[in-house]
Design a protein around this ligand. Structure first.
Ligand code: ZN
Ligand code: ZN
Length: 363
């Protein structure tokens, strides 16, 4: 009888405990998406987004969350670029242009993400919006005259990129480069331009970058939660591929200054021909004529990257299809007529100039 009472007491106390506190097993371990983009000769390929907003300007997200998003999406390098001149949350948050960087820095270090200190200089056209990267003190960029801001960026040894030059809010009918941009380029103060921003792409800006040997950028300019804007299951945010001698701030900086970048968004790649060509060669393994029958010979193309390639056959007399695609991580077999000597293709999604696509020889 005594034993029975003891058992009943324990049961009662357990029931009491469960009524006060129960935990559900909902823990989600976020895993980083590995983006497979090979290195090229002499350089590491880093994935970057150099234009990101937080609540400290007109974004809706806390800085540390931006780092976790970037990590989960496979980025190596990022810049939080809150507006200097546009602070719609200033009644609710202390005005300090360095806050977003300072809050995110520790989180970036814990996730092995290179977080570049940056700000967005936000003016009407011209000069429009420019990101200042690798700055020391964003508060010192809060000046009335934009020329003084540019001088301050220079004094802090920062780099500048021109954001969304073709944004319709600032260039409704055209996309022009203004004298102030030409002057900045001439003085070596403008180091790159966004050829892709958010969901936009500006082929004319690619041409300016090629002509002036400036780095091309594809940046998200994200304001909302990234997963609310981009379909992350099937696609990715705009990314700037940086070909760096090392995975460090100095490495990223040197790559931008040397214009060793490629813009990547929505299956489109844009950048200098030599880099795109090296990236294609590093991504796609070609096995020529591994088999021949009476009429045809067979080639194999294996894509070891997460980049798609869209081919247009420029020598259709060789019997190969007029158009074919090589999807990320896939292999295709292409048949051409026996005795074919030439198999030149244009890559529809690899842009090396305003109206110019990269060509490759598959034989
Ligand atoms: Zn902007
Ligand atoms: Zn922006």
């Amino acid at each position: 009888m005594m034993m029975m009472i003891g058992w009943m007491l324990i049961t009662a106390s357990q029931a009491q405990q469960n009524a006060n506190h129960m935990q559900l097993d909902i823990k989600q371990h976020i895993q980083r998406q590995n983006i497979r983009i090979p290195n090229i000769e002499g350089y590491q390929t880093l994935k970057g987004d150099f234009h990101i907003h937080t609540v400290f300007s007109d974004g809706l997200v806390w800085p540390t969350v931006r780092v976790k998003e970037a990590w989960a999406e496979g980025l190596d390098v990022m810049a939080i670029t809150d507006h200097i001149e546009y602070l719609p949350h200033k009644d609710h948050l202390k005005k300090d242009h360095n806050s977003s960087y300072e809050l995110a820095k520790g989180e970036a270090e814990k996730h092995n993400i290179l977080l570049i200190k940056a700000s967005e200089i936000t003016r009407s056209m011209s000069p429009g919006h420019l990101n200042a990267l690798f700055i020391d003190d964003a508060n010192k960029l809060d000046k009335k005259k934009v020329e003084k801001v540019f001088d301050e960026v220079k004094a802090q040894n920062g780099l500048m990129i021109w954001n969304h030059p073709g944004w319709k809010a600032q260039q409704p009918d055209t996309c022009l480069i203004y004298d102030i941009h030409k002057k900045l380029i001439k003085e070596g103060r403008l180091h790159g331009m966004e050829v892709m921003n958010h969901n936009e792409w500006y082929p004319v800006v690619l041409q300016w970058c090629i002509d002036h040997q400036l780095a091309v950028f594809a940046n998200s300019d994200i304001h909302n939660v990234n997963g609310y804007v981009y379909d992350l299951k099937h696609a990715h945010r705009p990314m700037t591929l940086v070909f760096a001698t090392e995975r460090s701030f100095a490495g990223v900086r040197e790559a931008i200054e040397s214009a060793r970048t490629i813009a990547w968004f929505d299956n489109q790649l844009a950048g200098p021909q030599d880099l795109l060509s090296q990236l294609f060669k590093a991504s796609v393994v070609l096995t020529p004529s591994f088999y021949k029958d009476k009429k045809m010979q067979y080639l194999e193309l294996r894509n070891n990257s997460d980049l798609p390639f869209a081919f247009v056959n420029e020598t259709p007399e060789n019997g190969a299809p007029e158009k074919f695609r090589l999807e990320p991580g896939k292999t295709i077999i292409v048949k051409v007529k026996k005795g074919t000597r030439s198999f030149r293709c244009t890559l529809e999604n690899c842009h090396i100039g305003m109206f110019q696509n990269m060509q490759v020889d598959l034989m």
